[in-house]
Design a protein around this ligand. Structure first.
Ligand SMILES: NC(=O)c1ccc[n+]([C@@H]2O[C@H](COP(=O)([O-])OP(=O)(O)OC[C@H]3O[C@@H](n4cnc5c(N)ncnc54)[C@H](O)[C@@H]3O)[C@@H](O)[C@H]2O)c1
Length: 466
């Protein structure tokens, strides 16, 4: 009987070349009919499917004893096996080939025997993506959803098979919810987070943590008072290229930082601001416009990479939309380490262009466009060594469309889902009682910088921070 027809089988199955069966409990793959059958597995680490998808795992003594998260690859079947990085590939579910009737999933053995951390998602716009990622995330379980709009709740209730609440208070009273994911309008994040923390829940909060520093400080105070965990979603911090760049800056290879530059040249139609709830483009709930909503990821990544900002001068205006906030900002930043920076954001660049980060130090320059590396020029022992380093970096972190089979040598060559990685890391932090990534304290400065741009634009003053 094909595994997908076996009783109780709900995930995607595929057959490996040597007759082994791999099971992957991933809804994305369940809805991807092109997954195809496995045609090969390479060394111990990887299996390729006809469609170029892969299940990465470790071929343990008991067969697929440690199957790890499946991922999408552009690699060619038969290419060199990818080196696995335990930081980004984690066990999810295993089908044991030695005992065809036994399906091993989270909760059955070893590390997977630990109870999943139970999540509830509040706000079902962006929150729907949270739900999808939580279904797939190792060590996580989606148990409830909540939205004050009944139609959104109804639409998602069946898809996720989770309990549905229109009342946030009722959700917080549920004993079987460990973590509340807050995906409501930005200016409501602090109030809802504080309520959840005080109800004994851990909190994952969408970006930005809230729209004022005062609100973020309330979140920090509630987190410290309750001892619960609080993480803010800033998925760019999980992008492999930014992680590599951060390591490179911290190791000193770029030398002293000189310039730190970010641009967000995007477009949003007026209909985006006229969407239900009408909170986007308002000061109270969006905290601004192209900077506070779209550009906030770039603000966050600039200071995460280059350290704190001590001085801000900014201007803003609204040019192509009917909203009360802005669709264009420009700012000059001075970093504590002396580097000078610029930041420009817009939602008025039709039809939507790029997002870039350009950082240069006394020993090199790096340009990242839309989270893909485009230049990596760092002084090496020779021009040839420099060119070779850039070639390797581009093969691993460059334009996805240009990556070829050589990328199979790098673990970061396959798609990652930044939210999912954060949920898994958060579940680990709850389980092990450690500080989660993107803790609320580390995101306060993001709000401090962006509100300083607005304050500077309003007053004409240069704003000192810290
Ligand atoms: N990380 C990212 O890349 C990313 C992308 C998009 C949005 N976001 C963030 O996600 C948040 C939501 O944005 P969106 O675009 O999904 O907005 P949205 O308006 O589409 O959805 C918000 C939902 O929250 C519900 N809601 C509001 N108050 C509620 C309450 N008190 N209780 C229950 N439900 C409530 C609304 O009914 C609505 O369905 C924002 O903070 C935004 O910045 C992050």
């Amino acid at each position: 009987m094909p595994p997908s027809e076996r009783p109780g089988a709900t995930g995607a199955f595929a057959r490996a070349a040597k007759g082994q069966w791999a099971f992957a409990n991933n809804s994305a793959q369940r809805t991807t009919p092109s997954w195809g059958s496995l045609v090969e597995y390479c060394r111990s680490d990887l299996v390729y499917t006809e469609a170029g998808h892969a299940v990465a795992g470790v071929h343990g003594a008991g067969g697929w004893g440690d199957l790890r998260r499946q991922c999408t690859l552009r690699g060619t079947p038969g290419a060199e096996a990818i080196r696995l990085s335990s930081a980004i590939l984690q066990p999810k579910a295993v089908y044991s080939p030695g005992a065809p009737q036994r399906l091993t999933t989270q909760g059955d053995t070893g590390r997977m025997a630990e109870q999943p951390i139970r999540f509830a998602v509040v706000g079902l716009g962006m929150g729907v993506h949270h739900c999808k990622d939580l279904v797939d995330a190792r060590g996580c379980e989606l148990v409830a959803i909540c939205d004050s709009a009944p139609e959104r709740l109804e639409k998602n209730r069946e898809q996720f098979g989770a309990r549905a609440y229109t009342s946030y208070a009722d959700l917080l009273a549920a004993d079987d919810v460990d973590v509340v994911n807050i995906c409501t309008p930005s200016g409501s994040h602090a109030d809802l987070s504080v309520q959840a923390l005080k109800a004994g829940k851990h909190v994952v909060c969408e970006k930005p943590p809230d729209v004022t520093v005062e609100a973020v400080d309330r979140m920090i105070a509630a987190q410290q008072e309750t001892g619960r965990k609080l993480m803010v979603i800033f998925q760019s911090r999980f992008e492999p290229i930014y992680r590599r760049l951060k390591e490179t800056i911290e190791s000193g290879r770029l030398g002293n930082l000189v310039g730190v530059h970010g641009t967000v040249n995007w477009w949003r139609a007026q209909s985006y601001f006229n969407s239900p709830g009408m909170w986007k483009g308002t000061w109270a709930l969006d905290g601004g416009g192209s900077l506070a909503n779209q550009g906030v990821h770039t603000v966050d990544i600039l200071h995460w990479l280059a350290g704190p900002v001590v001085e801000v001068y900014g201007k803003y205006g609204c040019f192509a939309h009917e909203i009360e906030t802005e669709d264009k900002t420009v700012a000059v930043l001075t970093f504590a380490n002396g580097a000078l920076g610029t930041l420009t954001t817009t939602t008025a660049a039709y039809p939507g262009l790029d997002r870039t980060v350009f950082i240069h130090g006394s020993k090199g320059s790096v340009v990242v466009e839309d989270d893909e590396l485009v230049r990596w020029k760092i002084q090496g022992e020779s021009k040839e060594a420099e060119a070779e380093e850039e070639r390797q970096m581009l093969a691993s972190f460059g334009k996805k469309s240009d990556r070829d089979a050589t990328t199979a040598s790098d673990p970061f060559a396959f798609a990652t889902r930044g939210h999912m990685a954060q949920f898994e890391a958060f579940a680990d932090a709850v389980r092990n009682d450690t500080t989660p990534p993107n803790s609320i304290e580390t995101t306060r400065h993001t709000v401090e910088i962006l509100t300083a741009v607005y304050e500077s634009g309003r007053t004409g003053n240069t704003i000192r921070l810290g």
